[in-house]
Design a protein around this ligand. Structure first.
Ligand SMILES: [Fe+2]
Ligand SMILES: [Fe+2]
Length: 187
């Protein structure tokens, strides 16, 4: 009689149902954050809070530029400032929401906002200077978002996906202002 074939050991990358159920019941107060969350949550929250401060400083700077822009080109550029202010606010809100999902607290303390922001609040001397300062701020945001995306990697894909969406919009903002400056006529 031939020997019965040895049964191959079945390995699976998936957790069985009863373990999944038991894990889900542990630390239920942590909400969306489960034990498989493998990023450094505290660092991610801290970096998101820096991004939140940056977005708010950008909201305020864009509104400042929107309300004080004047001159020949002002009308079309004002529309850009306003649109960007609203989009930066939407970014800020997305980030604040994610901080809460991760079990953190969004820091919106106005007393420390400017110091915690990567970008600066620059009122600008004239319309062209405003656009230049906004381009600089967008470029700062692009670099810091790219760095954070690399840091988060595939350990927190929800945060990564959110940041990638924001980064794409900051790149659009920067591109619009770069085009505007390149074609600038007059002072
Ligand atoms: Fe933004
Ligand atoms: Fe932007």
């Amino acid at each position: 009689m031939s020997k019965p074939a040895r049964k191959a050991l079945v390995t699976t990358p998936f957790t069985d149902k009863s373990t999944l159920r038991a894990n889900a019941r542990r630390d239920i107060d942590k909400g969306a954050v489960t034990h498989t969350y493998s990023a450094d949550r505290k660092t991610v929250i801290a970096k998101l809070n820096e991004a939140l401060a940056t977005e708010w400083v950008c909201v305020l700077r864009y509104y400042r530029h929107y309300f004080s822009a004047s001159g020949m080109l002002a009308d079309s550029v004002k529309a850009e400032f306003l649109e960007h202010a609203q989009q930066e606010l939407a970014h800020a809100n997305q980030i604040a929401e994610r901080i809460v999902q991760l079990g953190g607290e969004p820091d919106l303390d106005p007393a420390t906002l400017a110091a915690r922001s990567h970008a600066e609040y620059k009122p600008g001397k004239d319309l062209r200077d405003m656009v230049k300062e906004d381009l600089v701020a967008e470029r700062i945001a692009i670099d810091s978002y790219r760095e954070l995306i690399d840091y988060v990697g595939d350990k927190d894909t929800t945060t990564k996906r959110m940041l990638e969406g924001i980064l794409a919009q900051e790149e659009e903002h920067a591109d619009e202002f770069a085009d505007l400056l390149a074609g600038w006529i007059g002072d």
